[in-house]
Design a protein. Sequence first.
Length: 166
Amino acid sequence: MPGKLIWFVLYTRPRYEQKVNDELLAMGLETYLPVQKTLKQWSDRKKWIIQPLFKSYCFVRIIPEFYMHPLKVKGVVRYVYLEGRPALVRDSEIETIRMVCNSEFPVEVVERNFMAGEKISINSGPLCGLEGEYIKDSGKHKVLVRIDSINHALLVSVPIAHVVTC
């Protein structure tokens, strides 16, 4: 029986996320590079750009026996480690990230721990069924969704009408 596929997180050189993702795909590996569309403003113009949700991160799903293969790709620095071990991402967390990235709501990634807030779930819209913590930030209603395996959280601006308490 073949080994079980597990999601790992690769740390890449700055702005190499897409190149690493493409190279891993060319090797036949399953990858996920979460991206978001953001409006950038320069002094003379504004432009919509696609950029990675997690800077310098690329997710790869491999059998642990092939752990060293992705490290051979140009632009890969190392695996992301938490508490001395490679960060293993659950399939459910990858699906949560996919759901958030595919929604129309603004998202920001935070690398800090928040005080536990009221547990809520989203009852309508593209994020229906997503659970997290309610946070009111700068007068905006936001949902904090923790991605514990990589010690990050997604802060999603959601209309209050879509939120119910658990």
